[in-house]
Design a protein around this ligand. Structure first.
Ligand code: B3K
Ligand code: ZN
Length: 883
């Protein structure tokens, strides 16, 4: 397999101006005709034109109307090369045959539940027709679709519908025209039996936009929330970024077979059905929130991604980091900012930090790839979003907005790079960003240590920072990064001290804002070692550092447990209250892991129980914040902090602490369950979601107890639930322990919901991710359950992905979990390399475990790498993991 490097980027030799596509969709084969008007980049230079094409059968090729003969072009398994095209502009016409019905990779044109649909990002367009499949080729498209009218009554593509009509033989056609230039990865086509929920949105300039959400007829009632989310997103982008929608129609199509969440094709977004369809009975609060976020995300791409796109795939974070940041802020504005931030930071820490510390670590802008699809990662997306967030932290809301305005003004209609975004931020604000660009090129999570000291005579308080960035593959030595640390100081009453000036770099700097002291200031840490001294500090403060998680780093401070308990109780920065509790919990868990490994009895610090109790009973707090604050850090997070990860010890300790908390706070938890039951009909708003979150978190704790009364309570909650959030939480609570109650409840749930594949997927995931001993057997059995299908990505993510998410069973010391995954990956790779490659990633951190586990996991990776006909996708992940 060939590795592609950022440093090798070259401008294309030819640009494409207009592209007219014509599809004749058939039951056996589909014929694609493409007419492209081509302009050489340098006039008169007739270098070869290299077109990408994979799994295509070339029927004919013409230049300026003349059919080319063999010898005029060269065809190999991945390209069509026109050896000597005319100098000057010319028209290329190709006719190609493809087999969408046989396409199980779900990339290019394929069928999902009887309907045709496409997925072109990153490099799927080359499976549709011969093309320069790269994002810096931006052209205007028309698309004519012809198909059987009864089988495919709905025919959709990008842009506006300009003509449609009936044809002979029961066929019909539609002609679509997209007035905006776009890269081919944003091309889309859908044909099938679909119905739409219709609505309209009037833009800020008064244009009326038709909104349509398309699904198979039976799913239509479940699109109300998606439509609400779309309209909210359109409005938010106008208000917050001044971005108006640019066409008169916006379509969303829901399909059940989709590799990822969704795709932002110009004016024709295609969604995995799990991120569109929701009803109170079948979707949880988490599903509702995910739909809001992803509908927003794909819509926001219209400006950040589509109008301004990426020059090459290395720049992916230019659109994804920025758009994730935008969707995070959108969800914050519509819900609770702190709770949203906690969720996003947790995700970053659990998945991205782990990637950054393993064999697949790569910068936000990778330097190389074998298969681009492997780089749609938490680093490019989530760490990329943190990088964008840092601009905003440094510039403030208004400065950031000036930056995005300039970015759109400069680059509308262009394919650009991360430096262009950086330059717009800098130039719009005349800002000094020091070495900020290192965030794009250096991989690894910076580790920052901070020590503090108070000088009672001088009334000064000093913070000394030191930073290192750990080595990552291909980057042994790192430079210090530019880290914005938002900081405040708490007085002995827990109130913020007013901050007005700081000694830094031998100078006294004012941190006041408009002459007024501030509660939080952003320290710009740029060196390996650096000191900041706050002046006029009347008493010894407790520092609150990295407020709102102002940089994606690991921070080690010299705060004592008492300081942390104080911050947990008082910090005005709610994120840091949660953070203080998490640091305490991590310390406790790590110390108990040592006890477990030494066969000592496990104990739980009463002060911690007390701290949790105070949070539980604090009625001034947001209920979802309470739910988050009483949730212990995940097992992965704790394993990440160990020299040698020990899944059994971490699992046992986490279970012990949960049970201990449940038993000591039993009455309080029971009260919370009873006080927060759902009495009215389901409403998706923050207050109601928060109430359900608290109730269900409490229920989960209680269910860890061996207690008749509690078993009754949990069953009662299951039976009386009126929405999926409550029903599924109760089911999960019951399913914590093996036995008849569990078996009965799981069977009952399946009986009730077997007609709804999205709910059945939850049922798969709940069982596969279970920590009950020897679960690999059950998962094996579920593979042959009639509702399971290896060809459907959602089912694979639920059953196989779910299993890998359970550390005790996946990392079972007898190697049964590894063997299970190894076999599946090889099988899956033949059907769908992208999904197989996601699954194989579960092995990538095998070196973190003990020798026995290492050998077992390594053996599976070696088996995979040597499998016949392995895809580049899986090869890249597996071989890099072994390296
Ligand atoms: N841009 C798509 C992801 C495409 C993944 C290709 N393997 C969805 C998104 O991030 O909005
Ligand atoms: Zn995206």
């Amino acid at each position: 397999p060939k590795e592609i490097f950022l440093k090798d980027y070259k401008l294309p030799e030819y640009y494409f101006d207009t592209v007219d596509l014509s599809f004749s969709l058939g039951e056996e084969k589909t014929i694609v005709s493409a007419k492209i008007s081509i302009v050489p980049r340098v006039d008169g230079a007739a270098s070869p034109l290299v077109l990408d094409g994979v799994d295509l059968k070339l029927i004919s090729v013409k230049i300026n109307g003349n059919e080319l003969k063999e010898g005029d072009f060269h065809l190999d398994a991945r390209h069509l090369i026109l050896t000597s095209p005319p100098s000057g502009n010319f028209i290329l016409e190709t006719v190609t045959e493809i087999l969408p019905q046989k396409n199980t990779s779900l990339e290019g044109l394929y069928k999902s539940s009887g309907n045709f649909c496409t997925q072109c990002e990153a490099e799927g367009f080359r499976k549709i027709t011969f093309y320069q499949d790269r994002p810096d080729i931006m052209a205007k498209y028309t698309c004519r679709i012809e198909a059987d009218k009864s089988l495919y009554p709905v025919l959709l593509s990008n842009g506006n519908l300009i003509e449609q009509g009936d044809l002979e033989g029961g066929k019909h056609f539609a002609l679509w025209e997209d007035p905006f230039k776009k890269p081919c990865y944003l091309f889309a086509l859908v044909a099938g039996q679909l119905e739409s929920r219709d609505d309209t949105f009037t833009t800020c300039s008064g244009r009326k936009v038709a909104l349509r959400i398309w699904t198979p007829p039976e799913d239509l009632p479940k699109t109300e929330h998606a439509m609400y989310s779309l309209k909210a997103a359109m409005k938010w982008d106008e208000e917050v970024y001044g971005r108006e929608y640019d066409l008169d129609i916006f379509n969303i199509v829901s399909v059940p077979d989709f590799n990822m969440g969704a795709m932002e094709n110009k004016s024709l977004n295609i969604f995995n059905s799990k991120l569109v369809l929701a009803s109170p009975e079948t979707a949880t609060d988490a599903d509702y929130a995910a739909i809001l976020g992803v509908i927003g995300h794909e819509y926001f791409h219209n400006w950040t991604g589509n109008r301004v796109t990426c020059r090459d795939w290395f720049q992916l974070s230019l659109k994804e980091g920025l758009t994730v940041f935008r969707d995070q802020e959108f969800s914050s504005d519509l819900g609770s900012r702190t709770v949203k931030r906690i969720g996003d930071v947790s995700k970053l820490r659990i998945y991205q930090f782990s990637q950054d510390a393993g064999p697949m670590a790569h910068p936000v802008r990778p330097h190389s790839y074998i298969k681009m699809d492997n780089f749609y990662t938490v680093t490019v997306y989530e760490k990329g979003a943190e990088v964008v967030r840092m601009y905003k932290t440094l510039l403030g809301s208004q400065g950031f907005r000036k930056g995005t305005d300039l970015y759109f003004q400069r680059h509308d209609g262009q394919a650009v790079t991360c430096e262009d975004f950086f330059a717009a931020m800098r130039d719009a604000n005349d800002a000094d960003f020091a070495n900020f660009l290192l965030w794009y090129s250096q991989a690894g999570t910076p580790v920052v240590k901070v020590t503090s000291s108070y000088n009672a005579e001088a009334h000064t308080f000093s913070l000394k920072f030191s930073q290192t960035v750990p080595p990552t593959p291909g980057q042994p030595i790192k430079e210090p990064m530019f880290i914005p640390v938002a900081a405040g100081l708490l007085d002995s009453n827990g109130k913020d001290m007013p901050l007005s000036s700081i000694y830094h770099d031998g100078k006294l700097e004012s941190v006041a804002c408009g002459g007024q002291p501030v509660n939080t200031t952003v320290l710009r840490v740029t060196k390996a070692e650096e000191e900041f001294v706050f002046t006029d500090v009347p008493e010894k403060p407790i520092p609150s550092l990295l407020r709102g998680y102002s940089a994606p780093i690991r921070l080690h401070s010299d705060l004592t447990d008492n300081d942390l308990f104080f911050l947990l109780a008082h910090d005005s920065d709610e994120f840091n209250r949660w953070e203080a509790g998490q640091i305490l919990a991590r310390n406790i868990m790590l110390s108990q892991v040592v006890n477990f490994q030494k066969d000592n009895a496990l104990v739980l610090d009463p002060q911690f129980v007390h701290g949790i109790k105070c949070i539980l009973l604090d009625s001034s707090l947001d209920k979802e914040f309470i739910a988050k604050a009483i949730t212990l850090p995940g097992e992965g997070e704790i394993m990440d902090m160990m020299e040698v990860a020990d899944p059994d010890a971490v699992h046992a300790v986490r279970k012990f602490i949960r049970k201990q908390l449940a038993s000591e706070l039993k009455q309080e938890l029971i009260n919370l369950v009873k006080e927060n039951r759902s009495t009215e009909k389901y409403v998706f708003d923050h207050a109601n979601m928060a109430r359900r979150a608290l109730k269900n978190t409490a229920l989960g704790y209680l269910a860890s107890l061996e207690d008749e009364e509690i078993t009754e309570l949990v069953l009662h909650e299951y039976k009386t639930a009126t929405n999926m959030t409550d029903q599924f939480s109760a089911l999960a609570a019951i399913a914590q322990k093996p036995g008849k109650a569990r078996d009965d409840a799981l069977a009952d749930f399946y009986n009730q919901w077997q007609h709804d594949y999205l709910v059945v997927n939850k049922w798969f995931a709940l069982q596969s991710s279970s920590d009950i001993p020897g679960n690999v057997e059950n998962v094996h059995k579920l593979l042959s359950h009639p509702a399971f299908d290896l060809k459907n990505p959602n089912k694979v993510y639920s059953l196989i992905g779910g299993f890998c998410a359970s550390p005790v069973n996946f990392h079972a010391k007898d190697g049964s979990g590894y063997k299970f995954l190894g076999e599946i990956v090889v099988q899956l790779d033949k059907l769908n390399p992208q999904v197989a490659s996601r699954m194989v990633s579960a092995f990538s951190r095998w070196k973190r475990y003990d020798e026995t586990r290492q050998n077992l996991a390594k053996a599976q990776l070696e088996m995979i790498v040597s499998a016949n006909g392995l895809s580049e996708n899986v090869y890249e992940i597996a071989s890099k993991s072994l390296a």
